[in-house]
Design a protein around this ligand. Structure first.
Ligand code: SF4
Ligand code: SF4
Ligand code: SF4
Length: 248
């Protein structure tokens, strides 16, 4: 059987999603039965050029140079996966969009990064699959690659975190007055946060058909201020149209 060529590329991010892949540990050996990791600069000294069968694209786009690279890699990739919330929505790096000169807040000397607005990758190129989460869920990544190796197109979960939370028989945090974004957030993580009594803060991004109006009402009833609701919505998906239109 011909092995699928896999590549990992990164733009603006913390690279935590790469580490999630690496901590798959021995399961990586299982994946390598049907794939070859031909490009992954974090772990390989020699990296091949495209074409690639599966490309994992981590990080948001924050410069012209990154945008050029993204377009080039898209052309070389049969199946392009947005890896993590930075790539899918802009994520934490997109918070820079609300400040005038964010680099000055971080670097003592001016830098020549030629920054642009921080954007998710699908604002520029076609994405074939979204591996959401900050960080991603490594089991989901494993299953997506397995599906592709077996000739199946992986399916994204299009329901909310509450479904997985209920399957784990958790008591809803709202019953104890703790606000949680589970009802409007994409599932796929298996609800790890509410399972340890920590609220979901929406790291997998908003469902297109999530009832934002009702979510705002619920948060207000739990005593969350308008400012905090805005901050909760903007933490990971500031650039998502769904949250941009919202009136709180
Ligand atoms: S999605 Fe989160 S963990 Fe992944 S690279 Fe971005 S900031 Fe890091
Ligand atoms: S705790 Fe959060 S994720 Fe779980 S059911 Fe309640 S709102 Fe949904
Ligand atoms: S429960 Fe919410 S915050 Fe926690 S991993 Fe899942 S989507 Fe992210």
């Amino acid at each position: 059987m011909k092995k699928l060529k896999i590549a990992f590329f990164g733009h603006t991010s913390c690279k935590g999603c790469f580490f999630e892949f690496l901590i798959l540990g021995e399961k990586i050996l299982d994946l390598l039965k049907g794939t070859d990791i031909v490009h992954f600069k974090m772990i390989k000294e020699y990296n091949e050029k495209g074409p690639f069968d599966i490309t994992f694209m981590d990080g948001a786009i924050s410069s012209e140079k990154e945008l050029e690279k993204l377009k080039e890699i898209r052309e070389q990739s049969k199946f392009l996966i947005a890896l993590g919330t930075c790539a899918c929505y802009g994520g934490i790096p997109s918070m820079a969009n609300v400040f005038k000169h964010p680099e000055k807040m971080v670097y003592p000397e001016p830098i020549d990064h030629k920054s642009t607005k921080v954007t998710p990758i699908d604002q520029h190129v076609k994405v074939d699959y979204y591996l959401r989460g900050c960080p991603i869920n490594k089991e989901e990544l494993f299953n997506v690659v397995k599906d592709l190796v077996n000739g199946k197109i992986p399916r994204e979960k299009d329901y909310c975190v509450c479904v997985e939370c209920k399957l784990r028989e958790n008591r809803c945090l709202f019953e104890d007055g703790i606000p949680c974004l589970g009802p409007i957030t994409y599932a796929g993580c298996n609800a790890p946060c509410p399972s340890v009594r920590a609220p979901c803060d929406g790291c997998r991004g908003p469902l297109p058909d999530g009832n934002i109006k009702e979510m705002i009402n619920l948060l207000k009833k739990s005593g969350v201020s308008r400012g905090d609701i805005k901050r909760m919505f903007k933490k990971y998906a500031l650039m998502d149209k769904k949250f941009k239109r919202v009136k709180i």
